[in-house]
Design a protein around this ligand. Structure first.
Ligand code: TLP
Length: 347
């Protein structure tokens, strides 16, 4: 019996088509701009997002960092949500490596930040203050239940940012999940965003890689930032080849992950002692915690799942996140449900 890994969609392995494309990839030195497969992937991404240019980056973390370094100088300020990945899980890179100051505003449980909070966070022109340069949004929003931000909201933030002379960056690590959930194109969804990072790994299953998109001037700056960060890669068409398969073959099927998440959430929500943090998942993530009614702790629950060869993990706040992805099929869902039944002694 194979392990079922629900800890993240980052654990996804490449598909057979990806491995074949990787083996056959034409390559060159990408630091010289001479890798034809990278160039093809970047052109595809720019076109798909309706932006002037794109840059292949080793990771989502480096993509967000390179973007913020391209938009901000040392001492400038970026406005981030308090549950954003960049604030919580990127090792403080923007401050440590970029000297960029962060202004933290509350995320609402649907992943948005209120326009009033954003307005209030913009610094007046006064020598006492850092200069606000950038606002960031995350879509889908990981620590807000995988919630989806729609175009109307994104456009309203973009309008505010632009009126005040700021740029808007989106951490779109899972932007294709958002577009599929909204049944729209990424071009429309991020039309008014100045820059965006998205991941080819995670739900799209490529083994490595993210892409930054934006206008030519921004991508030229991000290209230098990527070099400074040591992210210039050589015959990396081997990885870009998997990225091309990811964009061509793996996007539409994300809807399956979303419907499995909804089905499983519905089942879990009925278990006494279990409380869903978001009742109906917008995308591929389910978050839950245990209530006083439960006869065990989260720490005791994890090995019960391991007995069924199911990997789950808990966050510091004793919450479990279950993430659906390509390697979870309908038979995995049956196994997961029966593990819940046994752990909670359900009939
Ligand atoms: N998220 C990982 C962990 O780091 C938490 C996960 O398991 O979900 N933006 C968002 C919204 C992300 O969720 C992640 C990874 C990243 C950026 C960073 O991407 P990588 O891992 O490629 O640096």
């Amino acid at each position: 019996m194979e392990w079922i890994d629900l800890r993240s969609d980052t654990i996804t392995k490449p598909t057979d088509e990806m491995r074949k494309a990787m083996a056959e990839a034409e390559v060159g030195d990408d630091v010289y701009g001479e890798d034809p497969t990278v160039n093809r992937l970047q052109a595809m991404a720019a076109e798909r997002f309706g932006k002037e240019a794109a840059l292949f980056i080793p990771s989502g973390t480096m993509g967000n960092l390179a973007a913020i370094l391209a938009h901000c100088a040392r001492g400038d300020e970026v406005i981030l949500g308090n549950r954003s990945h960049t604030y919580l899980y990127e090792a403080g890179g923007v401050s440590a490596l970029g000297g960029v100051h962060t202004y933290i505003v509350p995320n609402q449980s649907d992943g948005t930040i209120s326009l009033d909070e954003l307005k209030a966070a913009i610094r007046p022109d006064d020598a006492h203050f850092p200069q606000t340069r950038l606002m960031c949004l995350e879509n889908t929003h990981n620590r807000c239940g995988g919630s989806v931000l729609d175009q109307t909201y994104i456009d309203s933030v973009a309008e505010l940012a632009h009126q005040r002379g700021l740029k808007l960056h989106m951490d779109g690590a899972r932007i294709f999940n958002a577009a599929v959930a909204l049944n729209t194109s990424v071009t429309n969804l991020v039309e008014n965003v100045d820059s965006l990072t998205f991941c080819l790994s995670k739900g799209l299953c490529a083994p490595v890689g993210s892409i930054l998109v934006g206008n030519k001037d921004f991508i030229a700056k991000a290209h230098r930032a990527r070099k400074q960060l040591g992210g210039g890669m050589r015959q990396v068409g081997i990885l870009a080849a998997a990225g091309i398969v990811a964009m061509e073959q793996m996007v539409d099927r994300l809807a399956e992950d979303h419907s499995r998440a909804q089905d499983l959430a519905q089942f879990i929500g009925l278990i006494p002692g279990v409380a869903l943090d978001w009742e109906t998942p917008d995308s591929n993530m389910i978050f839950f915690h245990l209530t006083d009614e439960a006869t065990m702790t989260i720490t005791e629950l994890i090995p019960k799942f391991a007995d069924h060869k199911i990997r789950i993990s808990a966050s510091a706040e004793a919450r479990i996140r279950l993430v659906m992805h390509y390697w979870i099929d309908d038979s995995s869902i049956l196994r997961i449900k029966s593990a819940f039944q046994e752990a909670f002694s359900l009939e």
